[in-house]
Design a protein around this ligand. Structure first.
Ligand code: WT7
Length: 583
């Protein structure tokens, strides 16, 4: 069939932030260099994540090897080989070109874990666009913030998710097209006016596509992450990150050719892209994607059914499995499991101790962040696990613990966890916020925002965060984001949000609110504020607990003192309150 689409994207100049690896001149002797040779660069020396993850296998010996084993919410199954993924992503890349998408443009995804999301993201990468996956459980506000800030031109979504955010769509001046995936025609509501049908576009699209000539420095994927102040920031990654995603797949996840790998994270969070797409597929490994959410029985069944060998999950999930008891895993054959890793929050020694007899092995903790793009510290498969420790820095990674003057501290001392810049998957900027990006680098170090220490043997131990960011079930929540929504409620005048310790989720979001003069602090109002926050935010982000206070503690400059709210909540000493507002 003739295609109307141009097969080559127009090459537009792309602005990239100065690349620290190059600036560092003399320090190029990283072990990554050998890895670059192992990866198969595009002709002419170009680099594209989609080529490394899909095409090079599809045109090589893994052509008919399953890349994606999908199990839907209702037990539906689908399998895509690398060849089939190549064809589908080539088609979708043509679709995007036909819609006028250019290299460097942002395309966002608000979807469930369906194969079409994976296809669409890699299609976008092939065009040279920047892909921004959003967590499908988000409410309209977080989606609006991210689409506005990124200036996304195209959104790929699904009918029910589109309905959820219908109210914010008119407020997005840059958004030109909405493509709706109606899987199996499950949804009977007709397409909204102006929307495009994924299925119809794909039917027309040619599968002949030439990947954009992206360089290692072209932007590829962005994820929004929460900081202490302001709205979440878009951490932007370049194609070169694939080098580290590939090698950590080998070194940390211990990928082998015959592995069946399962990463339980959603692509809306960085683990779901770096390790739910890029690491396994750049290694040519078959992976399972499960559309449904956590359910202890189903999870054990999936491991048995698909004979999962390598598993990457989160401490909260392990603790939820613990809570579900030992009976369920005993009913299943879990002997296929060879290597288990976790990330996102501290993995408590009790969880490792519980998992040992159940899985007949230790769970290996790993540490990294949205900004780091890939694992930097890990308990390796061959290394003795020190329960409670995050492990050791990867080869080529220089990690340190710094004092308040950004000077390295000796072993066994708490301080700021910092990394020497220059690793391949280091974020390249915060979208539209170079100032914030620069503020993360001090005295030649990238400052992670975590507090840690290392022991005499070089194992790193997580101590806490250096800021007010809340970690609930491995998801970072910026208190400011939640506070600003609460303040939109007509009865609320002040709001302060903290992380309250929780045995399963590590922390849950707790809000303190003061109401307007003359408004009664009733149970009904409380329920209404809860409801308000949940519809605007996501269930995962909205406060689990809300408490009324007559007024909130503030500094003289009017900043809510979250630290004090937290100390009071935990019954801890209030510390230095000298800046507390008088009266
Ligand atoms: C923050 C990064 C990239 C993985 C998913 C989260 C916390 C991450 C660990 C760990 C204790 C951890 C840190 C970090 N964190 N791994 N093994 N032990 N805490 O990415 O959303 O950018 O969160 O998660 O506080 O800074 P993220």
């Amino acid at each position: 069939m003739e295609s109307n689409f141009i097969s080559k994207p127009a090459s537009t100049e792309l602005k990239v932030e100065p690349n620290l690896l190059e600036l560092r001149g003399g320090r190029m002797s990283y072990p990554w260099e050998g890895v670059q040779k192992e990866l198969d660069w595009l002709p002419g020396g170009y680099l594209n994540k989609a080529y490394e993850c899909i095409d090079r296998h599809a045109i090589g010996s893994r052509r008919d090897k399953p890349a994606l084993l999908w199990e839907g919410k209702k037990g539906e199954t689908e399998t895509y080989t690398f060849f089939q993924l190549k064809r589908e992503t080539d088609k979708f890349a043509n679709v995007l070109l036909g819609l006028g998408l250019k290299r460097g443009d942002r395309v966002f995804f608000f979807m469930e874990r369906v194969p079409e999301q994976y296809i669409a993201i890699f299609g976008a990468l092939k065009v040279g666009a920047v892909a921004g996956p959003l967590f499908s459980a988000f409410g309209p506000e977080p989606v609006k913030d991210r689409l506005l800030d990124s200036g996304a031109r195209i959104l790929i979504t699904q009918p029910s998710l589109r309905r959820k955010i219908a109210g914010i769509l008119p407020e997005l001046p840059n958004l030109e097209k909405i493509v709706v995936v109606n899987k199996y025609g499950r949804d009977s509501t007709p397409l909204a006016e102006g929307d495009l049908s994924y299925e119809a576009l794909m039917e027309q699209a040619s599968d002949d596509f030439q990947i954009a000539q992206t360089t290692m420095n072209d932007y590829s994927i962005m994820h929004y992450t929460s900081g202490t102040t302001g709205k979440p920031k878009g951490a932007v990654h370049r194609h070169f990150a694939i080098v580290q995603q590939y090698i950590t797949g080998k070194w940390v996840l211990d990928f082998h050719e015959d592995d069946i790998y399962w990463c339980t994270a959603d692509p809306g969070w960085v683990t779901g892209t770096s390790y739910g797409m890029l690491a396994p597929w750049s290694n040519g490994v078959t992976q399972l994607v499960h559309e449904g959410g956590f359910h202890a029985r189903t999870w054990y069944e999936l491991i048995e059914k698909y004979k999962v060998t390598v598993w990457y999950t989160a401490p909260t999930a392990i603790r939820m499995l613990m809570k579900a008891g030992e009976e369920l895993p005993r009913e299943r054959d879990l002997s296929s499991l060879r290597h288990i890793n976790s990330v996102g929050e501290p993995l408590n020694p009790e969880a490792i101790a519980w998992g040992h007899p159940v899985f007949e092995q230790a769970i290996h903790d790993t540490w990294w962040q949205t900004e780091t793009g890939a694992i930097l510290i890990a308990n390796y498969a061959f290394m003795d696990v020190r329960p409670g420790s995050m492990g050791k820095p990867l080869p080529g990674i220089e990690a340190a613990v710094l004092d308040q003057k950004y000077q390295p501290l000796p072993a066994d001392t708490d301080g700021m966890l910092a990394i020497r810049p220059g690793w391949p998957s280091m974020f390249q900027t915060y979208w539209n916020n170079t100032e914030m990006y620069n503020s993360r680098f001090r005295n030649g170090w990238y400052i992670t925002g975590d507090q840690a220490r290392y022991d005499q043997d070089g194992y790193f131990w997580f101590v806490g965060r250096t800021d007010d960011v809340i970690n609930t079930a491995g998801h970072l929540v910026g208190p400011f984001e939640v506070e600003s929504i609460l303040l939109e409620h007509p009865a609320v005048v002040e709001a302060g949000v903290i992380g309250k310790p929780d045995p399963i989720a590590m922390e849950v979001v707790k809000a303190f609110v003061a109401v307007k003069d003359g408004v009664e602090e009733s149970e009904e109002l409380l329920r209404d504020v809860h409801r308000f926050a949940r519809t605007k935010l996501a269930a995962a982000v909205a406060p689990r607990e809300i408490e009324f206070l007559p007024s909130l503690p503030k500094t003289r400059s009017g900043k809510i003192m979250r630290r004090l709210l937290k100390a009071r909540e935990l019954g801890l000493p209030e510390g230095d309150t000298s800046t507390l507002e008088e009266g």
